[in-house]
Design a protein around this ligand. Structure first.
Ligand SMILES: [Zn+2]
Ligand SMILES: [Zn+2]
Length: 521
């Protein structure tokens, strides 16, 4: 039996992008299809010498000549004669929207004049809503350099940064890995053998061992997956495993990792709409050039598979099925963070991305017409806070960190070799009170740290970049508000609103300026 879905793995994605671009730069792809047709692929594992799995129902293994059906039981997947997938690493410098063709051509010409072989890559996808609106999230990313290895690309990125050019890096799989895959039963007998890649499916969720779910920490758990599993060969000539499943099923596995399942229904539904829009808006932007959409870790978003399902979160996904936030013909990239500290932040303050009209700083205060953090004065805002939707989470809403001068110098010098700190100057702030830059003066050098996450990291991982800093003798005190980047939906704010009986539609629309609720099909 042939399986077209599987055959559309790895290389086909890349083929779709490149062929579509070569033929017709902004051409229309095939009919976007129905809600049920929208699928995503998630890389669950890579770098494995061996994959263990337990099936509660019979297992079919497809891709070989015979496609055997195996009884329920425990199996291991082995690899031999492996040749690694070949990758290259792009440095992207700018993104262009449809209709900006002239500016895009001029930009590419500029790079070519500097002797760089710049080229456009099509990123993103096109979807349609039930009301007939076409949501075209496709953009052109301009690749200004390509490298054979990640190390070389990182060095190239650092060199461009020293020349004042910031870039972002994405891997592209140029050719999939090859090798012989063997499935052995519990007694070690080979029950299936085929050339990579192989597809595995079962009527019941399959339990896998050694699933990588942690981006920040190595966190290996046994998790269950119900989708179609594709076993392939990664760039290190090891086994990798990609699950392909409907978007809505994927969301059911994502939601319990994003918000506690015990939270009020209104907050869970708001989170479901935000999660769905964020997933759909980021299609094509994460790992698509590698042949799959997302990884299963926090790098993309945590995903717990079938074993993470909870009744309340699954209900929130089903009861909002297909609902997304839309503005100006695009899906809103509905980012969220834990606690906004009473005022959210505009995206360009926090990240190096163009201002998004839906991601503006908004008040999360419970009362109306209150002064912004800047208007009120940062110290007063942080030390005598007004009541906010998210103040029911006191540790996240306001926080304090104290360090001696020696401790703080040690922390800062882990990332920035400034020597003993003599002075710290807080720079400009966004409308929501988050710092845009911080200048650290030390005995060896002065460093200016820009953007939200680098600022938090510079001081040992502060909860947010909304803080004031006081020095008294040899003690530094950071007094801050909020947990996380503060852009988009505030999760504790959503909880606070839901507890007051505010419906989820009003909750999501509050955080995303000028957005509308639509249903994709
Ligand atoms: Zn990822
Ligand atoms: Zn908030």
């Amino acid at each position: 039996m042939n399986c077209p879905t599987v055959r559309l793995g790895f290389a086909a994605w890349i083929g779709v992008f490149i062929i579509a671009f070569a033929a017709n730069p902004w051409g229309v792809f095939a009919d976007p299809g129905s809600l049920a047709d929208q699928r995503v692929s998630v890389r669950l594992m890579e770098g494995q010498k061996l994959i263990g799995l337990r099936a509660a129902a019979p297992l079919s293994v497809r891709g070989g000549k015979t496609d055997p059906e195996l009884p329920a039981g425990t199996y291991t997947i082995h690899l031999s004669n492996a040749k690694p997938a070949r990758q290259r690493f792009h440095l992207f410098a700018k993104s262009f929207q449809p209709g900006e063709d002239a500016a895009e051509r001029a930009y590419i010409a500029e790079w070519k004049a500097k002797g760089r072989d710049a080229e456009a890559v099509v990123i993103g996808r096109r979807l349609q809503t039930e009301s007939g609106i076409v949501l075209d999230s496709r953009v052109h990313w301009i690749s200004v350099a390509r490298f054979e290895s990640e190390e070389a690309a990182k060095a190239g990125k650092a060199k461009l940064e020293r020349e004042g050019q910031w870039t972002w890096m994405n891997a592209e799989t140029v050719a999939p890995g090859t090798g012989r895959i063997e499935v052995k039963d519990a007694k070690g007998k080979v029950v299936a053998a085929l050339d990579a890649s192989a597809a595995i499916q079962s009527a019941a969720p399959v339990r896998l061992s050694n699933v990588d779910t942690g981006f920040w920490k190595e966190d290996k758990k046994q998790l269950e997956y119900a989708g179609l599993l594709e076993v392939g060969i990664d760039p290190k000539a090891r086994l990798m495993l990609v699950e392909s499943l409907p978007v809505e099923t994927y969301l059911e596995g994502v939601l319990p990792a994003e918000m506690p399942a015990s939270w009020p229904v209104g907050a869970l539904k708001a989170q479901a709409v935000a999660a769905r829009s964020e997933v759909l808006a980021s299609l094509g932007t994460k790992h698509a050039l590698e042949g799959f959409e997302f990884c299963g870790s926090e790098h993309c978003r945590a995903y717990l598979g079938a074993s993470g399902l909870r009744d309340t979160t699954s209900a929130a996904v089903r009861e909002t099925a297909g609902e997304i936030l839309v503005r100006d013909g695009k899906i809103v990239p509905t980012v969220f963070s834990s606690n906004c500290g009473g005022w959210t932040e505009s995206n360009e303050t926090v990240w190096r991305s163009p201002a998004n009209p839906a991601l503006r700083a908004v008040s999360d205060l419970a009362g109306g017409n209150e002064k912004s953090p800047i208007g009120r004065g940062m110290s007063a805002w942080l030390t005598q806070p007004p009541k906010a939707n998210c103040s029911g989470d006191p540790e996240g809403f306001r926080w304090r960190r104290k360090y001696t001068a020696g401790e703080l110098s040690a922390i800062v010098n882990k990332r920035h070799a400034v020597g003993t700190i003599s002075k710290i100057d807080l720079g400009e702030r966004g409308e929501g009170g988050r710092l845009k830059s911080v200048t650290i003066r030390g005995a060896k050098q002065t460093v200016t740290v820009e953007k939200e996450l680098p600022i938090r990291s510079a001081f040992g991982g502060l909860p947010s970049a909304m803080f004031v800093l006081e020095r008294s003798g040899s003690t530094y005190t950071f007094t801050g508000g909020g947990r996380g980047h503060g852009v988009g939906l505030c999760q504790y704010g959503a909880r606070g609103m839901a507890e007051r009986g505010i419906v989820y539609t009003r909750i999501v629309l509050h955080y995303f300026t000028g957005a509308r609720l639509e249903r994709y099909r």
